[in-house]
Design a protein around this ligand. Structure first.
Ligand code: CDP
Length: 234
């Protein structure tokens, strides 16, 4: 990026497993921006709730107990030698654990709790104070950074997204079935879009990206063009 170019806030929102994180992370690297995965924060709180018996066998979350312990849940991101970031929960690297199917099955219920959302949104907004940030999630362009200079809304059919997530988890050596992943993707899409508190919604001023038939390189080139146009228009 040219010297003197002002830094902006870029919001990526969209349905589960749409590839937001991969493209947002890579874009942040190209721009020299900080990348924050807001979903990882909801996942870390969910892992904490599971580990502390706050989610029952029927999936019910003990909202009161979890809300009370919020001050004890410390979430951070640790930059790795290769430049990637790992999610750290109370001092422990949980990057791999928070992606497992158990966390994925409960995260949308946890993320629907207003007290949890208020707490995490405040933390996310603090990350954006210094600009030069890219954040991905469900409500970044609508609630976390409604004034973001650039908002992208990513979507692709559920079957395409489930296949991507299936291959990603299989490559990491996790034992998963495609049907289980597809069911999880569809369940989270539904819960995320229908919850009362800041549901997944496309911001009115967002730019749509359907990346079903795009390679990573095509996706990156599309994004670079959109970012360049936005920066020029500042
Ligand atoms: O990467 P994937 O699409 O599987 O999801 P994620 O970004 O890791 O987010 C996991 C879950 O956290 C979502 O299904 C939402 O329930 C919740 N979430 C949210 O409510 N708001 C956000 N800003 C980000 C995630």
């Amino acid at each position: 990026m040219e010297k003197g170019t002002p830094k902006i806030v870029i919001a990526f929102d969209g349905f589960s497993s749409s590839g937001k994180s991969t493209m947002a992370r890579a874009l942040a690297k190209r721009l020299g921006y900080r990348y924050i995965d807001s979903g990882a924060m909801y996942r870390a709180v969910t892992l904490y709730a599971l580990e502390h018996g706050m989610i029952g066998a029927d999936g019910t979350v003990d909202a009161e107990a979890l809300t009370k312990t919020l001050p004890e849940i410390n979430i951070d991101f640790a930059v790795q030698p290769d430049g990637s970031q790992h999610t750290v929960l109370n001092g422990k690297d949980v990057e791999s654990e928070i992606r497992n199917i158990e966390v994925s099955s409960h995260v949308s219920a946890v993320a629907a709790l207003p007290a949890i959302r208020h707490d995490l949104v405040t933390k996310q907004q603090a990350f954006g104070k210094s600009k030069g940030i890219i954040m991905d999630g469900r409500d970044i362009g609508t609630t976390v950074f409604p004034d973001a200079e650039l908002k992208i809304f990513v979507n692709a059919p559920a079957a395409t997204r489930a296949l991507r997530r299936y291959e990603e988890l299989k490559a990491k050596g996790q034992q998963v079935s495609y049907d289980e992943i597809l069911a999880n993707v569809e369940q989270r899409d539904h819960l995320d879009s229908t919850r009362a508190e800041s549901p997944l919604r496309r911001a009115d001023d967002a730019i749509d990206l359907d990346n079903s038939d795009m390679t990573i390189a095509q996706q990156d080139a599309w994004l670079d063009k959109v970012v360049a146009e936005r920066l020029k228009a500042l």
